[in-house]
Write a protein that binds this ligand. Structure first.
Ligand code: CP
Ligand code: NVA
Length: 320
């Protein structure tokens, strides 16, 4: 018996494109993906099958650990009617010196799309240049665009809008901060990054975000006082202080980030109605307290769920 596919609005202009960074999509394209994500979430809630990618194969190259990204992509491609193939660190000849170019060329003969989590952003971009299928960045040292997409979905779902929302990021100006900043700026949010001195996001990312904000009506601000930054916030956001690969710096970072953790006092300063996001994994008592993470203002668990829906929308849009 043939399965009927529910009516969904997939932007065919994105077919075949890669998503290595938020800037790969313009604001309208991002919104179309978010709209599709909402629709796919609704279909999944109703357990209505939506096999938009029947028989497609997605390779998942993971050179760093992952709970959410790996599981949500594997489950997501299955819900779309395709298959996910997990390729862990050490599984590929890439680890024994086969070039990124040759790997991209060969994998493109088997796969319809590739998700990669690795260290250098340049490696993801090189893979995308040589692959004939879309390449999706599942996190690098400098970007985490799939998370930023799910974050925008969560903010819109909770607050009913993106334009004009004051989003305050506290902590390390890292990969997460960079992707969030660019997504926020493109979609007209007022983004504030409050970081200790020396941990600001890279200047070129702030500049890119500022020019995107100038076009969208949003804004980008850097700050160093958590107490001042959180006032009037609609969303408080944080991420770990020690990212994957930085473990040797952990003790110094714990000292340098003191005072930047989200606790109930900072949430109260933000004012009524502010929600709290964290991309996870969380370190209780460091960048966020357990009471806030599991408290009434936390939208963190919906945010984690939305990785699934946002990435399904991305896959359905990019994969031919
Ligand atoms: N937020 C996120 O990417 O989580 P994982 O590292 O578990 O994939
Ligand atoms: N900044 C974190 C994000 C984890 C999802 C890291 O890179 O480890």
């Amino acid at each position: 018996m043939a399965t009927s596919i529910p009516e969904v609005d997939v932007n065919s202009r994105l077919k075949g494109r890669s998503f290595t960074r938020v800037a790969d999509l313009d604001a309208d394209e991002l919104v179309r993906v978010l709209d599709l994500a909402d629709r796919l979430k609704e279909l999944q809630r109703r357990r209505e099958p939506h096999p938009l990618l029947p028989g497609r194969a997605l390779g998942l190259i993971f050179q760093k650990p992952s709970t959410r990204t790996r599981v949500s992509f594997e489950v997501g491609i299955a819900q779309l009617g395709g298959t996910g193939l997990h390729l862990a660190r050490g599984d590929l000849q890439l680890g024994r010196g086969e070039t990124i170019r040759d790997t991209a060329t060969v994998l493109s003969r088997y796969l319809d799309g590739i998700v990669i989590r690795t260290f250098a952003q340049a490696d993801v971009e090189e893979l995308a240049r040589h692959a004939d299928v879309p390449v999706i960045n599942g996190l690098t040292d400098s970007a985490h665009p799939c998370q930023a997409l799910a974050d925008m979905m969560t903010i819109r779902e909770r607050l009913g809008r993106l334009h004009g929302v004051r989003l305050v990021y506290l902590g390390d100006g890292n990969n997460m901060c960079a992707s969030l900043m660019v997504a926020a700026a493109k979609l007209g949010l007022h983004f504030v990054a409050a970081t200790p001195s020396g941990y600001e996001p890279p200047r070129e990312v702030s500049e890119l975000a500022r020019s995107a904000a100038a076009a969208s009506g949003g804004s980008v601000e850097l700050a160093d006082s958590p107490e001042q930054a959180v006032r009037g916030a609609d969303v408080l956001y944080t991420d770990v202080w020690t990212s994957m690969g930085q473990e040797a710096e952990r003790e110094r970072r714990l000292r340098d980030f003191a005072g930047f953790g989200i606790d109930e006092r900072l949430v109260q300063l933000a004012g009524d109605g502010a929600i709290v996001l964290h991309c996870l994994p969380a370190h209780d008592g460091e960048e966020i307290t357990e009471a806030v993470l599991h408290g009434p203002r936390s939208a963190v668990w919906d945010q984690a769920e939305n990785r699934l829906h946002a990435q399904k929308a991305l896959l359905a849009s990019l994969i031919r």
